[in-house]
Write a protein that binds this ligand. Sequence first.
Ligand SMILES: NC(=O)C1=CN([C@@H]2O[C@H](COP(=O)(O)OP(=O)(O)OC[C@H]3O[C@@H](n4cnc5c(N)ncnc54)[C@H](O)[C@@H]3O)[C@@H](O)[C@H]2O)C=CC1
Ligand SMILES: O=C(O)[C@H]1O[C@H](OP(=O)(O)OP(=O)(O)OC[C@H]2O[C@@H](n3ccc(=O)[nH]c3=O)[C@H](O)[C@@H]2O)[C@H](O)[C@@H](O)[C@@H]1O
Length: 430
Amino acid sequence: MKIAVAGTGYVGLVTGACLAEKGHNVICVDIDENKVKKMKSGISPIYEEGLEEIMRRNYSNGRLDYTTDYSLAYKNADVIFIAVGTPERSDGSANLDYIRKVASEIAESIEKNTLIVIKSTVPIGTNAKIEEFLRKKIKSDIYVELASNPEFLAQGTAVRDTLHASRIVIGVESKWAENIMKEIYKPFDLPMIITNRNSAEMIKYASNDFLALRISYMNDIANLCEIVGANVEDVAEGMSYDDRIGSKFLKAGIGYGGSCFPKDTKALHWLSSQNGYELKTVRAAIEVNEQQKMKLVRKASERVDSFEGLKVAVLGLTFKPGTDDLRESPSIPNIEYLLERGAHVTVYDPVGEENAKKLFGDKVIYAKSIIEAIKDSSMCFIMTEWPEIKNIKPEVFKNEMLEPLVYDGRNCYIPKVMEEAGIEYYSIGR
Ligand SMILES: NC(=O)C1=CN([C@@H]2O[C@H](COP(=O)(O)OP(=O)(O)OC[C@H]3O[C@@H](n4cnc5c(N)ncnc54)[C@H](O)[C@@H]3O)[C@@H](O)[C@H]2O)C=CC1
Ligand SMILES: O=C(O)[C@H]1O[C@H](OP(=O)(O)OP(=O)(O)OC[C@H]2O[C@@H](n3ccc(=O)[nH]c3=O)[C@H](O)[C@@H]2O)[C@H](O)[C@@H](O)[C@@H]1O
């Protein structure tokens, strides 16, 4: 099948590469010329394990290519996947400008019957609206139909999550679209859920928001654990043996970040309000997360008279390990808080430095190692649980820091061990 993919971000590029790996002919379209140049030379613009290998193999066997020429790509395609961003607007709603732009470009390009598949996370009803828009714009002798195919990959494990997805959700309104989607995904041999478009769109939001809710619930419980003298890690473990609860997404910490949970909780909450209904559980998840993100700096501000002139180390910048992405990372408002109060901030992240520079410029110092970051610092914040950060020995904090004062947002260390090593240590819910 000839497939075009609009957008080569985390979702578009991984989807395109994996579809090629499974035997389809794929052309990935992006407006960013530099990205396209990079990809053609075998370099992935994003950090994802195993991606470059698949890109290179399929580029050299001719099944995968990249272009900025959307017109040619869309004209030749049997199916066009849309995987552009749907960022948050200031009122919390999803911004569909990129989706509309691609729809206009498709409308001016296609010359034959085409199935358009929305992979981006879009509000319920978007597939229907884009279909209506396209049908008005295209010539009357060609037929377009929209199918919803939301994506569930997580950054850092994107290739594995795509090739071995828990499920393929397909939202269609006709047998024609259903058969094409089934043919595309046949070589993946994965469970398929076929439903209508609105339900498919809802499955995506409901899944992400449910995971965000679990995290906020555990963070709420963690805060109570601190007050009543319980240990949230033990509580989570005790809960996880109940297979109705399970063990995943029970980790308390400094709050969820990333390009999706924050925006998708707000977008669904906004959509429900627009429909005269309030999703109170989702609102609570958002509120708990907002408070949780600043929990440790607030605690630290009670501990010191002032941050002015204090050397503060921040270890980990990305919103989670395994990615170079800082979007909505809890590290950002924390660093801003410290800078606003006059702290001298030194940061370290094994892969996030380049993206951090786009945000903080020369306002912070970028250390090349953990030791360099914490050396002579008066306070250290742990924001991401990268393996090398988790493996820091207590003596390292003790020996390198001016004052061994550690605020751990990801519960990387054992409190007793840290305290025995002479470190003043604060973590979450213990
Ligand atoms: N990042 C993730 O882990 C996941 C994201 N999603 C959803 O997938 C969608 C895409 O997310 P990301 O891949 O993270 O986005 P991204 O922001 O990483 O990438 C979007 C890409 O689209 C390109 N683009 C913009 N306008 C274009 C146009 N007119 N034609 C062609 N390319 C264009 C941009 O240059 C950029 O390379 C969003 O709706 C997101 O919510 C869903 C599941 C996972
Ligand atoms: O729609 C999306 O974009 C994607 O959003 C998440 O994927 P991702 O944002 O890449 O990362 P997660 O691993 O889900 O982590 C999100 C945030 O939650 C935090 N988290 C996660 C799990 C946990 O137990 N506790 C916790 O605080 C992480 O530190 C991170 O900041 C979902 O896991 C994917 O299924 C979904 O496709």
